[in-house]
Design a protein around this ligand. Structure first.
Ligand SMILES: *[C@@H]1O[C@H](CO)[C@@H](O)[C@H](O)[C@H]1NC(C)=O
Ligand SMILES: *[C@@H]1O[C@H](CO)[C@@H](O)[C@H](O)[C@H]1NC(C)=O
Ligand SMILES: *[C@@H]1O[C@H](CO)[C@@H](O)[C@H](O)[C@H]1NC(C)=O
Ligand SMILES: *[C@@H]1O[C@H](CO)[C@@H](O)[C@H](O)[C@H]1NC(C)=O
Ligand SMILES: *[C@@H]1O[C@H](CO)[C@@H](O)[C@H](O)[C@H]1NC(C)=O
Length: 391
């Protein structure tokens, strides 16, 4: 049935509208934990062939599958770009973490296998494709906004998470006492979410002690840990204000590409970003498209712009591909029809934009400009004072 709907959609669009732009962002694939999940854990780093924090074979497979999907939808389906990589049409950028960079490579490998005059080794269905990044030594406002220093946001988030944590403490006191004993770490409402790394081990079939699959009273241990993880993570993004702090800069970046397209400026057919769950959560929050779930590995948000063949109007649709089991979900755009006329789309999100780093730092209370100016004026006054007395 899905195939029939897919074919219908393709035909329908081919007749009435042409796909002209794709803005996409995905989460990296399955990964290793960042460190030993808990002190008494018997599974060391040797359980993870590529090391802590790194993409795994499962993760490579998931992102390769995503690349295959993108190829079917945009190269073979709508012929938005390709099949040969063309740098004036496609731009790929990853956050500067190894797993995001490698995920981008994996997607690109499936998306752009060499054909025709791009074949350079008949035994290898692979060619290099450029992946841009912000650099290893800098904060990445665009693709890892959750790590950007933002005191005003952090205050709000920390207060909210502390309140949530104390609710967990009163609800799951016995569980945390038990987990403290079993893990060798002091577990409470504020850090219990970190034990979700156990789930990463289970995905890889690593041996588990019996208690992991057990209960404390009527509370089943692992599902409760995973739900605490979900609630703590979403607490970072669960208001328009938080969404703007974390997602407003990336949203602005996307809206700028839409404006360039609308204004007939030279722009890319496809902008592809490789990033993190928090980056997708932040963007979903800024766009009013949260669904209360964690972002699965290799999940993708796809913003598509089509041009009507009747009147040239540009319209926007946003899809969320959080499963391989069915076509991407078409997301509702707050206060707009679906598809949404491009200018209405821009209006909907006008207030959520963070247009540049100056605005970002002002919003965050980083206020570098003010303190530099203040330091300068103090210096000036002091110099004038010296000059006056040395004459
Ligand atoms: C491809 O593989 C075959 C068999 O191993 C080998 O003889 C040949 O030299 C390879 N070709 C290239 C271009 O590496
Ligand atoms: C679990 O037990 C506690 C008290 O023992 C009770 O308040 C709570 O409703 C129970 N929860 C479920 C899901 O049965
Ligand atoms: C995927 O996203 C849709 C739309 O937001 C949601 O209804 C569904 O629960 C999500 N599924 C998963 C596995 O996250
Ligand atoms: C940053 O954006 C604000 C708001 O649009 C604008 O007023 C300001 O001129 C911009 N600053 C820079 C340095 O581009
Ligand atoms: C201003 O001066 C203070 C004290 O000397 C220093 O800590 C701060 O980093 C300076 N700020 C800037 C933006 O240079």
């Amino acid at each position: 049935m899905w195939l029939r709907i897919f074919i219908f959609t393709v035909l329908f669009n081919a007749v009435n509208a042409e796909l002209v732009q794709l803005l996409a962002i995905w989460r990296h694939g399955d990964r290793a934990p960042g460190s030993l999940p808990y002190s008494k854990d018997q599974n060391g780093v040797t359980a993870w062939p590529r090391g802590w924090d790194q993409l795994t074979n499962i993760g490579i497979d998931q992102t390769y599958e995503l690349g295959t999907f993108l190829r079917q939808r945009y190269v073979e389906g709508s012929q938005l770009f390709g099949p040969n990589f063309d740098k004036s049409k496609v731009f790929i950028q990853a956050s500067d973490s190894e797993r995001a960079l490698e995920s981008a490579q994996s997607v690109a490998t499936a998306l752009f296998p060499p054909i025709g005059n791009r074949v350079w080794n008949s035994n290898l269905s692979w060619q290099p494709v450029p992946i841009h990044s912000n650099g290893i030594d800098r904060q990445d406002t665009l693709l890892k906004p959750t790590s950007y220093d933002c005191p005003k946001y952090e205050k709000i988030k920390d207060d909210d998470q502390k309140m949530l944590a104390s609710r967990f403490d009163s609800q799951f006191g016995d569980l945390f006492k038990f987990l403290t004993e079993m893990t060798g770490d002091s577990i409470s409402g504020i850090n219990a979410d970190g034990l979700n790394d156990i789930q990463r081990e289970i995905i890889h079939g690593l041996p588990q002690p019996n208690w992991v699959s057990g209960r404390v009273g009527n509370v089943s241990i692992l599902p409760t840990i995973m739900d605490i993880k979900r609630q703590m993570r979403l607490e970072e993004f669960n208001s328009d204000e938080k969404g703007k702090f974390r997602g407003g800069y990336l949203l602005n970046n996307w809206l700028s590409y839409l404006e360039a397209l609308r204004d007939g400026k030279k722009t890319f057919s496809a902008v592809l970003y490789s990033s993190h769950d928090g980056t997708l959560n932040a963007l979903q929050s800024a766009m009013g498209m949260q669904n209360g779930e964690l972002v699965p590995y290799a999940a993708a948000i796809l913003l598509e712009v089509s041009r009507s063949s009747i009147n040239d109007d540009l319209k926007v649709q946003v899809f969320y591909r959080n499963t391989t089991q069915q076509p991407p979900y078409l997301m509702e755009i707050p206060g707009c029809s679906n598809p949404c006329p491009i200018n209405q789309f821009l209006n909907v999100y006008e207030q959520m934009r963070i247009r540049n780093l100056t605005e970002m730092n002002e919003l965050c209370g980083n206020d570098k400009t003010t303190s530099t100016a203040l330091n300068l004026s103090i210096f000036t006054i002091f110099s004038l004072f010296l000059a006056y007395y040395s004459c």
